[in-house]
Design a protein around this ligand. Structure first.
Ligand SMILES: *[C@@H]1O[C@H](CO)[C@@H](O)[C@H](O)[C@H]1NC(C)=O
Ligand SMILES: *[C@@H]1O[C@H](CO)[C@@H](O)[C@H](O)[C@H]1NC(C)=O
Ligand SMILES: *[C@@H]1O[C@H](CO)[C@@H](O)[C@H](O)[C@H]1NC(C)=O
Ligand SMILES: *[C@@H]1O[C@H](CO)[C@@H](O)[C@H](O)[C@H]1NC(C)=O
Ligand SMILES: *[C@@H]1O[C@H](CO)[C@@H](O)[C@H](O)[C@H]1NC(C)=O
Ligand SMILES: *[C@@H]1O[C@H](CO)[C@@H](O)[C@H](O)[C@H]1NC(C)=O
Ligand SMILES: *[C@@H]1O[C@H](CO)[C@@H](O)[C@H](O)[C@H]1NC(C)=O
Ligand SMILES: *[C@@H]1O[C@H](CO)[C@@H](O)[C@H](O)[C@H]1NC(C)=O
Ligand SMILES: *[C@@H]1O[C@H](CO)[C@@H](O)[C@H](O)[C@H]1NC(C)=O
Length: 416
């Protein structure tokens, strides 16, 4: 078992293992990463690709996507593991658990008074429309990656010491996880467990030999579990939150601070009848080319229909009440939509059109950052004919479901 301490002292070892040979070196060993709580004052080596020989995301490569993507955490980089679930019966009920390795300098939505770069965060929302959030700093994070889950140890597990937060993958192919919290300090105890129902999603799909992991410049993203059958049973300050729902796991990271990259960011995932959907649409700050970055994912009963980043394949727009700036696009700080309109282009002239409506506010400051849960409706249409007289034929209508989604608006009105 290789033990990697994420600090400057072992940067050469760690950098070597992040190099292109990473996956194969990986296949023979199980690695334990120990991430210190103190911010490092050194350049961090970032990983933005994965080996996918023959266009296949093999088991070792897949496992490597749950490893730390930076070899040290300095004040301008971030890396985190995100897990959520939203109730299928009542989308106001949700739970989000995030394991951060970042400072508030790098990701401004963290508490700037915290000294530890290791923050375990929980957000919950209840059927009466209220929400709760709490977090704790860890003294050390341990991430275990690789192997077959038996003699070799954990396939993917993370423990943020002294917080009571941990995750553990219970299947070798990372198709099932259990995330648990046992924190007397927050007065929270329980688990989120799930089994995947859709294959992993990488920003632009899986390519031959090497697959890039940047969804936009300097922003790494892997979505190991786009949709899962989830089960939540957690007691939060005496209230039990228990539901079955659509669960999700991704990971995002960057080699520079968030505000240096982002102008606007829309992301969400949902379950719509037999469909699993994930959307991402992004504008970079100070981008003279005004490029839109998207990532689109639709699976039906676990079979991928689209998994791509071509900007023509997905349109995400905010919707809002008349006489508000809610639907303004491109958006500015403080624009708060009522929902979103999504237009996914699938093959064979088919489109999945989805309306997303906010129901509960789960997190955010009402200006720069918001996270909601809500209900979604959709229809599958087929465009008949090639010219302007083409008609749309509704193939499936009245699809309904639930979603978790968020926005970041980082540009002030009046700035350029
Ligand atoms: C942190 O790492 C990034 C990426 O390597 C680098 O650009 C930045 O200068 C580093 N910051 C410090 C304080 O070393
Ligand atoms: C982010 O990085 C930029 C450029 O290095 C710097 O000007 C800015 O102060 C940083 N932001 C924060 C919050 O540290
Ligand atoms: C809503 O439910 C939560 C959790 O049970 C509780 O803490 C809160 O007081 C309730 N709010 C209202 C307005 O009833
Ligand atoms: C495996 O994961 C469990 C649960 O997260 C943890 O208690 C245990 O320490 C991990 N094992 C190793 C060898 O790290
Ligand atoms: C974590 O999952 C592995 C299988 O991948 C299992 O062997 C181990 O017992 C689990 N640990 C805990 C604490 O659940
Ligand atoms: C990034 O992280 C957030 C957590 O703040 C998560 O909700 C989202 O899925 C991630 N999305 C992307 C595209 O990186
Ligand atoms: C930037 O691109 C967006 C999306 O295509 C478009 O709505 C907007 O008008 C463009 N803005 C400028 C200044 O070109
Ligand atoms: C929006 O503003 C226009 C013009 O000021 C006004 O006529 C209209 O009634 C307003 N609509 C709503 C829904 O407030
Ligand atoms: C989405 O909302 C628009 C109006 O806001 C409506 O015309 C359309 O039928 C809705 N589509 C679906 C699939 O619910």
């Amino acid at each position: 078992m290789a033990v990697l301490t994420l600090s400057w002292a072992v940067i050469l070892t760690a950098a070597a293992s992040f190099a292109p040979g990473f996956a194969s070196a990986f296949s023979t060993t199980h690695s334990t990463y120990r991430i210190p709580a103190t911010v490092q004052n050194e350049p961090a080596y970032v990983r933005f690709e994965v080996d996918t020989p023959g266009g296949i995301l093999g088991i070792q490569s897949r496992q490597s996507l749950d490893a730390p993507m930076l070899d040290s955490i300095n004040s301008s980089v971030f890396d985190w593991w995100y897990f959520d679930a939203v109730s299928l019966d009542d989308p106001r009920e949700s739970l989000v658990l995030t394991f951060f390795t970042a400072t508030a300098d790098a990701f401004p939505f963290l508490d700037s008074t915290q000294k530890s770069v290791l923050i375990a965060y929980a957000w919950a929302s209840f059927s009466n429309g209220s929400s709760w959030a709490g977090y704790l700093p860890a003294t050390l994070a341990t991430v275990d990656i690789g192997g077959d889950g038996e003699a070799d140890g954990n396939v993917s597990s993370g423990m943020w010491e002294d917080t009571g937060f941990r995750w553990n993958a219970s299947k070798e192919d990372l198709s099932a996880y259990e995330i648990s919290v046992d924190s007397p300090e927050l007065d929270v105890k329980g688990t989120l467990s799930f089994t995947s129902r859709a294959p992993p999603h990488l920003p632009c799909g899986i390519k031959s030999d090497t697959t890039p992991l940047q969804i936009a410049p300097h922003i790494g993203w892997v979505n190991l579990v786009p949709d899962a059958v989830g089960s939540v049973d957690v007691t939060i300050r005496g209230t039990q939150l228990k539901f079955e729902g659509a669960a999700y796991h991704d990971k995002n990271w960057s080699d520079r601070n968030f505000t240096e990259s982002v102008r606007s960011w829309y992301w969400g995932h949902g379950r719509l009848g037999a469909y699993s959907i994930v959307w991402f649409s992004y504008l970079a700050i100070n981008d003279l080319t005004n490029t839109t970055y998207v990532s689109s994912y639709v699976a039906r009963d676990g079979e991928i229909l689209v998994d791509a980043c071509d900007v023509s394949l997905l349109t995400v727009r905010p919707t809002g009440s008349p006489n508000t700036t809610g639907s303004r696009y491109p958006p500015y700080v403080g624009d708060i939509p009522d929902g979103f309109k999504l237009d996914f282009v699938l093959e064979e002239n088919k489109r999945l059109r989805v309306n997303v409506s906010t129901e509960s506010k789960v997190a955010g400051d009402g200006e720069y950052y918001m996270r909601w849960t809500g209900s979604i409706t959709g229809e599958m249409v087929e465009e008949m004919g090639m010219d302007s007289s083409s008609k749309s034929l509704v193939r499936e209508s009245s699809l309904t479901g639930v979603a978790v989604f968020e926005q970041f608006h980082m540009l002030e009105r009046g700035s350029s």
